[in-house]
Design a protein around this ligand. Structure first.
Ligand SMILES: Nc1ncnc2c1ncn2[C@@H]1O[C@H](COP(=O)(O)OP(=O)(O)OP(=O)(O)O)[C@@H](O)[C@H]1O
Ligand SMILES: [Mg+2]
Length: 315
């Protein structure tokens, strides 16, 4: 019998996101604080969590190391995310956020460990076995030190060659280089698109022309430019769709893009029509924005929000 396929997420540089809440944060002062909130962070892990919230099987891989790596593996296992992380010599990073009562957030983001060549080889050796059980491969985030965009390219090509659809959510040079490997989907936000084009974007017209150019030039079936509460701009096999955003009270929009990508992966995994897939994704993004925690959505809320979202074929 064929094994049931699942969604696979890649997080090459995960982090323990640690958030301290305090009345005020001031330079040159000591602060007494309550125990911080610690979560398994990194964009791919946000995606994996939202996929689990939508009740689909998900396997997470990438690199983790040290006691911080152990923490992350424990956290994801508790959520029912299958753990296939490659263990490295270095210590997984910690990212700190100091949130004060006035809504200010001060962040410290470690670069994270350098990934050795031998560790990358181990990862690549394990990849075929993982791809065998994958329906969709989600590759998210920037590259850790020691890793070049070539690794993303290799992963994309290996997956796409055996019919595993790759959803790529990254930025800068890594995104630019990876386009040549032809992932199934890319999802830059407005800023990331500006970086990719090397020019500022002034209006919707310019977004549409970029969406058409990128999909045509690189042969990428699904190109999505997301723009927060303004919804998103989509090209799917040459057809253009404008997707609205649901109206929600915004609590914390960080990770809405990751939640959106999780929605796309679940829609594709369930073979939904593209319109329904896009509505699910947009609802996941909005649901995430309405919660305090990053990369957690309430499936009942998602279903309700989906009804609000309009997916219009515009060309
Ligand atoms: N304030 C909001 N209200 C409703 N929907 C939202 C809101 N913010 C985001 N979304 C939904 O989530 C999608 C992705 O959001 P956005 O463009 O902000 O992603 P992003 O910048 O990649 O986020 P991140 O990288 O932090 O995960 C949007 O297209 C929209 O559908
Ligand atoms: Mg994003």
């Amino acid at each position: 019998m064929e094994k049931l396929k699942k969604i696979v997420t890649i997080t090459l540089n995960p982090a323990i996101d640690t958030m301290y809440k305090m009345a005020s944060f001031e330079l040159n002062k000591g602060h007494r604080v309550e125990t911080p909130i610690r979560t398994a962070g990194g964009k791919g892990l946000n995606v994996a969590r939202v996929v689990r919230c939508l009740n689909e099987d998900v396997l997470a891989t990438g690199f983790v190391g040290g006691t911080n790596g152990e923490f992350i593996r424990n956290e994801i296992r508790k959520m029912g995310i299958e753990d296939s992380f490659v263990i490295i010599e270095g210590e997984t990073r910690v990212c700190l956020a100091f949130n004060d009562d006035k809504g200010n957030q001060t962040e410290l983001m470690e670069y994270g460990p350098t990934i050795l060549e031998s560790e990358q080889k181990r990862f690549l050796n394990e990849l075929p076995k993982i791809l065998e059980v994958a329906s969709i491969l989600v590759i998210s985030g920037s590259l850790p030190r020691g890793v070049t965009p070539e690794l993303y390219k290799v992963m994309i090509e290996k997956a796409m060659n055996i019919g595993v659809k790759v959803l790529l959510d990254t930025s800068g040079t890594t995104l630019k280089e990876s386009l040549y490997a032809q992932p199934f989907m890319i999802k830059p936000n407005r800023n990331e698109l500006e970086q990719l084009l090397g020019t500022p974007i002034k209006n919707d017209e310019q977004i549409w022309s970029a969406v058409k150019n990128v999909s045509g030039q690189y042969g990428i079936p699904l190109v999505i430019v997301s723009d927060g509460a303004n919804g998103c701009f989509v090209s799917y096999y040459g057809k253009l769709y404008k997707v609205s955003s649901a109206k929600v009270p915004v609590v914390n929009p960080v990770g809405s893009g990751d939640s959106f990508v999780a929605g796309i992966s679940v829609g594709l995994h369930r073979s939904f029509p593209i319109e329904e897939t896009l509505a699910l994704a947009s609802a996941c993004g909005a649901a995430n924005a309405s919660e305090f925690m990053t990369g957690l959505v309430n499936p009942v809320k998602v279903a309700a929000l989906m009804k609000q979202i309009k997916v219009q074929c515009v060309g």
